[in-house]
Design a protein around this ligand. Structure first.
Ligand SMILES: [Zn+2]
Ligand SMILES: [Zn+2]
Length: 319
């Protein structure tokens, strides 16, 4: 199972600022001068291998969109959410498969940051493309149509050109899409969201974004520990730090890194992936959240060691 992240930011696409580029360049060039680097090869090695994420790169700014690729059927893809990351994904798939292809899209919920990439998903405009959109909400189709109603967008969904179908999934029931087995679970979020346990080729991935956890609700906790059980990868909504969650952002529908570590440790998850980064956090803040989370995992670790990574645009993982 191959996982490619095309959008990892929460709530709103976030562009890097000129001030941040300046700050990155200052640190990078100072380091290069200290090392007395010579030639393109040394410089390239330094940028790729010696600079931390917040200096040599960026966590990225597109909103939620993942691509899953089957390990046994390389042309079997499942797309998770249609945030602004769907625009580069659509172009990459189009270059790979040409204008006649079928796309399978699984939706966590229809908040704007999870559907806003759809009008810019180029394959949706091509007459020989077929799109099948799966989700658990009764309003699945209405949300997509409404986003492209004339007051908000120049091209209505019905005029996009491709064949677009909507399919309802049953909550708490295993269903198969292509080569993937999918189990949806209801999550606590305004208007509801659904997490998915996806299994393929003996590997398991949990996609659990836009989900708030109530630490006092033991039944809810047990349900998620069971849902996450021994997963190879859990993509978890860590929009906030614990301090944010318990002060001003309680009941905002998102989670924090502390509950993420707790639940994933209990479920003996192999790798926890921080996801849905707060749009107000710059690259330094996301790096700090990751470092803090790794420290927390080390301090609270029992017999089970868990890897912790941060999702970033264009990250690709093979499970
Ligand atoms: Zn969101
Ligand atoms: Zn949401």
């Amino acid at each position: 199972l191959i996982v490619t992240f095309w959008g990892t930011r929460g709530s709103l696409p976030t562009a890097i600022t000129p001030e941040h580029i300046h700050a990155k360049l200052m640190v990078a060039i100072e380091g290069a001068l200290e090392r007395k680097l010579q030639g393109r090869e040394q410089i390239s090695h330094y940028i790729k291998n010696e600079l931390p994420m917040e200096i040599g790169s960026s966590w990225g700014g597109n909103t939620s969109c993942l691509q899953l690729t089957s390990s046994s059927m390389p042309d079997h893809h499942l797309i998770l959410d249609m945030g602004s990351g769907a625009r580069p994904l659509g172009n990459a798939l189009l270059a790979q498969y040409g204008p006649a292809h079928t796309y399978h899209i699984l939706m966590s919920h229809m908040h704007w940051d999870h559907i806003m990439g759809f009008p810019f998903f180029t394959p949706a405009y091509l007459p020989n493309s077929r799109l099948i959109i799966y989700g658990c909400h009764a309003e699945l189709e209405r949300a997509f149509r409404r986003q492209q109603s004339p007051i908000s967008f120049p091209v209505e969904l019905a005029k996009m050109g491709s064949t677009i179908e909507f399919r309802q999934l049953e909550v708490d029931q295993w269903q198969s899409i292509l080569d993937f087995n999918v189990l949806p679970k209801l999550q606590q979020h305004a208007g509801d969201s659904y997490g998915y346990r996806i299994e393929q080729g003996g590997k398991s991935l949990i996609y659990s974004t836009d989900s708030e956890h109530n630490v006092e609700d033991e039944a809810q906790r047990a349900g998620f520990v069971e849902f996450f059980d021994s997963a190879d990868l859990v993509v978890f909504d860590t929009m906030y730090s614990l301090a944010d969650s318990i002060t001003m952002k309680a009941n905002w529908g998102h989670s924090n890194n502390v509950i993420a570590v707790e639940l994933c440790q209990q479920a003996r998850v192999k790798c926890l992936c921080l996801f849905h980064h707060e749009p107000g956090d710059d690259d330094w803040a996301v790096s700090k959240l990751l470092a803090d989370t790794r420290r927390l995992e080390a301090i609270t670790r029992g017999a089970h060691k868990m890897e912790i990574i941060g999702a970033h645009d264009h990250l690709q993982l093979t499970l």
